[in-house]
Design a protein around this ligand. Structure first.
Ligand code: PBG
Length: 333
């Protein structure tokens, strides 16, 4: 018990997290809770190894799979359109049973940061589903169960190589138990205390990821992801997952899919004190594209409405394939 007059020292992990989130204008504006502008949007970008020309992604409007050079051009245009946060998905040409090296990702990160420096905050999605032959987010043991230790080691290697290459933040989307603490430790041990972590903290097993899995070539070759992603019916499990991520040191939390998790944003915010973002996933975005294509609504009006609703529900930031259209929707910045 602290005596009167004792100074209670803050937990170093929490202090580091605050320090990380206050270190740049991009992060201070992202975590601002009272306005809604370009500062609060995150644009996903796909870089595919060895791709000569961009390939449109079915259902996702002007989003495409890019080779490295082409991705640089795309990001250049996105920055001109006001985008400040990019979430990079790297897709390798070859897969492995035990991925240990992540060269396409590191190379893309280096190229993007060399070209644009601090004009953007570059987040890198960390998962194994685009790197493993079976397309699952984990490694398996001989009996077909998740091999947690090697999975965490592999994720750690990916995170450290992204950070070594100059990533500003990592964004683990695998949903393995304990990965947030394990990745924070791996980053800190490699001297990356300032690298931010935006953790997919409440991620459901969902039917809304369809267009993405084509884009990242990450559909599981067998089975599904229900043994590591959260069941849509499981409210307490969903809340507990974000609470665990916060305790393990995630700087920013996230619900995903955004639309089907609106009710959880505020409770997570209240129980963790952390900022919670929403990922408007590929299937949600494609449903707006589909409505507009069939003449049932104006695309930008539909998109604007969904983004406002995320904000109304308490989302601190929104990851959306339409971040680059923000100014067209009337957002400042
Ligand atoms: C990889 C990952 C997925 C998404 C983001 N990271 C797919 C999945 O979990 O199957 C989905 C994003 C989207 O649908 O837009 N683990």
């Amino acid at each position: 018990m602290a005596e009167d007059g004792d100074v209670v020292s803050p937990s170093p992990a929490a202090a580091w997290s605050r320090l990380r989130l206050r270190q740049s204008t991009h992060l201070r504006d992202l975590t601002d809770e009272t306005t809604f502008s370009m500062a609060h949007l995150v644009q996903p970008v796909f870089v595919v190894e060895g791709l000569a020309a961009p390939e449109p992604i079915a259902g996702l409007g002007d989003n495409a799979r890019h080779g490295e050079q082409d991705a640089l051009a795309r990001i250049g245009r996105d920055l001109e359109a006001g985008v400040r946060h990019v979430l990079l998905f790297a897709v390798p040409g070859e897969r492995d049973d035990r991925p240990a090296r992540f060269p396409v990702m590191a190379q893309a990160v280096r190229a993007i940061k060399t070209a644009f420096g601090d004009a953007l905050h570059l987040w890198v999605d960390i998962c194994l589903c685009a790197w493993t032959r079976h397309g699952h987010c984990a490694l398996f043991d001989d009996r077909g169960g998740i091999d947690l230790g090697p999975t965490l080691a592999s994720l750690g290697a990916a995170a450290v190589s992204a950070a070594d290459a100059g990533a500003d933040g990592i964004s683990p989307s695998d949903m393995m138990d304990g990965r947030t603490a394990s990745l924070r430790q791996a980053l800190d041990e490699a001297g990356h205390q300032r690298v931010t972590m935006m953790s997919y903290s409440t991620k459901f097993a969902s039917h809304f990821y369809g267009p993405f899995r084509g884009a990242a070539d990450s559909a599981p070759r067998h089975g599904d992801r229900r043994h590591y992603q959260i069941d849509v019916r499981a409210r307490h499990d969903a809340l507990a997952s974000s609470v665990r991520c916060a305790r393990e040191g995630a700087d920013l939390l996230m619900v995903k899919p955004g639309l089907t998790s609106l009710d959880l944003i505020d409770p997570i915010r209240t129980s963790t004190g952390r900022l919670v973002g929403a990922y408007q996933v590929s299937g949600e975005y494609a449903s707006l594209v589909g409505l507009a294509e069939r003449g049932f609504g104006d695309f930008d009006a539909l998109l604007r409405e969904t983004l406002l609703v995320f904000r109304r529900a308490g989302a601190g930031y929104v990851i959306t394939y339409g971040a680059r259209r923000g100014r067209t929707l009337g957002l400042a910045g």
